[in-house]
Design a protein around this ligand. Structure first.
Ligand code: 4AD
Ligand code: MG
Length: 445
């Protein structure tokens, strides 16, 4: 059986007669020649109609087609180094064509549109080449994530989306009515993965997570995908080694498989090629000193204002952005103040004001893509933390149990898929990295 023709593989079909089932991306008309740019979902190619060959009737029909008309074209593939496309350098000489629908007045044209208009038309905008490229990169990153963990003996264990209580703070929970009780959409699968590592050793969960983020930023979605590996008998140092290998693997795999898409997005590929272990490691204490030094040195009053920070404060986007500009690789910041992090993180030995947490901040100003930590392994220390955070103790009984029956040092992290896609694609807003973004002010389409 021969596999059906796709534009993606056009280079393998030079000289062959092929059929494309697709849509019209654009067209230009010069005398007896008509150049159609056809897309089939896998790529874009030029299809050329020559009036004396296709006849007047078909030629006129094709000339009148609007952008995004659906049609089936049959013709012979030839190399033409001047032909645009993804991949470029090939075209199809049209012999036959059937129009399924002539699309009239497609709302998205080559002219500039405002972002809200494009987001309102997201169901159509996904057909545009840049959005198409981003989604192809996203799919490759998802595949790389799964392969990385599967190849290293992690078991993929799913965690629930409906949960009785919070794990990542109570201020951004989505509440739902669960029969006659309150439930919340999961902010993370981590707590459940801590249970499953005691059964399976190394696990990961990978799925949608939810945060009712009140603020509108370039980095926050209300629904986003997170991959969360969790490992028994793993400390903070071992966790960082795993993270740098993981992130490097994703980046290099994407470069191998999606270079054309990244080039279409005008991504600087050399910056990505540089992403290999080891990554720099700095403590929170050092990060504060560095940010304060940047603040001292700048003449920009607005930046000075935005970089105001004292030991004990959490980082905001401007702090992360300026700090990461000092490095050409992702940078680990470890040992954050206990007060700004989630309740479950292991205290730093001898310094209870900080914890065994580590964030990974992406370069080029992208900021935090991973949050992780070593987890508390002592049941009494954990219970005290749950009380300090005023969490409903009864809902966490099972979680404390994990520390009562064969407790071990253990660690894990969560990588946000959309922030990773934004960084690898080099696009500045996270809303374009997910097919249908969910944000404070958007639930449609
Ligand atoms: O740092 P966070 O909140 O960590 C956790 O949820 C841990 N339970 C993970 C773990 O240790 N298993 O979130 C982890 C990552 C962030 O670094 C970021 O990439 C992403 O999830 N993230 C978001 N992405 C998009 N929109 C949001 N609102 C996000 N909140 C977190
Ligand atoms: Mg975080």
């Amino acid at each position: 059986m021969t596999t059906p023709f796709t534009i993606e593989r056009i280079a393998d079909h030079v000289g062959e007669r092929v059929t494309v089932q697709g849509w019209l991306y654009a067209s230009t008309h010069k005398g007896k020649l008509l150049f159609l740019r056809l897309r089939d979902g896998t790529g874009i190619t030029q299809a050329v109609a020559y009036r004396p060959e296709v006849g007047d009737e078909l030629f006129e029909t094709l000339v009148r087609l609007g952008q995004e008309s659906s049609l089936i074209v049959t013709g012979t593939v030839r190399a033409n180094e001047k032909a645009p496309g993804i991949p470029a350098g090939y075209e199809i000489g049209i012999e036959e064509a059937t129009v399924l629908q002539n699309a009239i007045d497609y709302p998205i044209g080559p002219k500039e549109h405002g972002i809200e208009f494009l987001m309102d038309n997201r169901h159509l905008w996904l057909r545009s080449s840049q959005q198409w490229a981003i989604m192809r990169v996203r799919a490759t990153i998802k595949r790389a994530i799964i392969d990385f963990f599967d190849d290293r003996g992690f078991l993929n264990i799913d965690t629930p989306i409906l949960t009785p209580s919070a794990a990542e703070g109570t201020s951004n929970l989505f509440e739902v009515e669960y029969f006659n009780e309150k439930a919340y959409l999961a902010q993370t699968g981590q707590l459940y993965s801590e249970a499953t590592i005691m059964a399976f050793g190394k696990v990961y969960c990978f799925g949608p997570t939810f945060r009712a983020e009140k603020s509108k930023t370039r980095r926050h979605l209300a629904e986003f995908w997170m991959v969360e590996p969790e490992i028994a008998y793993c400390d903070l140092d071992e966790l960082m080694v795993l993270e740098e290998e993981f992130v490097s693997y994703i980046v290099q795999r994407t470069l191998e498989q999606r270079a054309a898409e990244l080039e279409l997005l005008e991504r600087d590929l050399s910056a990505l090629r540089n992403i290999t272990p080891p990554f720099p490691r700095i403590s929170y204490d050092e990060a504060i000193e560095r940010i304060q030094a940047i603040r001292e040195a700048t003449d920009d009053p607005e930046l000075k204002e935005n970089l105001t920070i004292e030991w004990g404060d959490d980082f905001g986007s401007p702090h992360e952005t300026e700090l990461t500009k000092q490095f050409d690789k992702p940078v680990f910041v470890y040992g954050y103040p206990t007060a700004v992090k989630a309740f479950y993180m292991e205290p730093w030995p001898g310094r209870p004001e900080i914890c065994k947490s580590v964030d990974l901040l992406a370069p080029e100003g992208y900021g935090e893509i991973i949050g992780g930590s070593e987890r508390m392994s002592d049941p009494d220390v954990l219970l005290a933390a749950i009380r300090r955070h005023e969490l409903p103790e009864a809902n966490y009984r099972w979680y404390i149990d994990l520390r009562s029956y064969g407790s071990v040092p253990h660690s894990g992290f969560g990588l946000g898929l959309e922030r990773t896609v934004a960084w690898i694609c080099g696009i500045d807003h996270i809303r374009q990295t997910v097919p249908f973004a969910r944000t404070r002010n958007r639930l449609t389409p």
